[in-house]
Ligand binder design. Structure first.
Ligand code: HEC
Length: 168
């Protein structure tokens, strides 16, 4: 097949997919959560009800209509008083998707690697603020504002600070 006719053919093959009508409000239609399903060998999708109702799930995602809280400064009171072991387990839950931590075989590369974090000698209060609300330093960051959004408590963040600062 010549290249030109391949392109023309692929436009015809792809066309039915374009005519699929995606639900206007993300994947919620008529109060029901829908998901796309491939119609085998047709090049088309159909929208079928999702087995769970995701519309009511409270997240800070596109489904969430709450106003985003303003960036918040957080003054960490000394001493850090964090539990590094607990911080490590929190980090493996909340941070590892974006940051690389020692012992992690599938490094997240969205944020900075945390190997040898101790060497940077950052002030605890600075690291605390970054976790509490990184938008204070970078208004367009993709990192969640764990404190302002109420995802982590003060002691959780102290534990994370203690863990990061302990990484030799
Ligand atoms: C969605 C991705 C994402 C997640 C999840 C995430 N971060 Fe970040 N983080 C970033 C990015 C990107 C930066 C770079 C600076 C910026 O854009 O704000 C960053 C920067 C940082 C910094 C400052 C840079 C440095 O190396 O000192 C710290 C500290 C940090 N993150 C800690 C954490 C901790 C602790 C968690 C988990 C509670 C976490 N991050 C979760 C994306 C993320």
């Amino acid at each position: 097949m010549r290249l030109g006719s391949f392109f023309i053919l692929s436009i015809f093959l792809a066309a039915p997919a374009w005519s699929v009508d995606p639900p206007s409000d993300a994947s919620v239609r008529g109060g029901k959560t829908m998901e796309p399903k491939i119609i085998v060998n047709s090049g088309r999708l159909e929208w079928v009800p999702h087995k769970r109702e995701l519309g009511a799930w409270p997240t800070l995602s596109y489904q969430d209509r709450r106003a985003t809280p303003e960036p918040q400064r957080a003054a960490m009171t000394a001493p850090t008083n964090g539990d590094a072991a607990r911080g490590k387990s929190l980090a493996w839950t909340w941070c590892i998707a974006c940051h690389t931590l020692p012992g992690d075989e599938w490094p997240g590369t969205v944020g900075s690697p945390m190997w040898h974090y101790k060497q940077y000698n950052h002030a605890d209060a600075l690291v605390y603020q970054q976790i509490f609300d990184p938008r204070v330093f970078n208004p367009h960051t993709v990192m969640p504002a764990y404190g302002t959004f109420g995802l982590l408590a003060d002691q959780d963040i102290r534990d994370l600070v203690a863990y990061l600062q302990s990484i030799e």
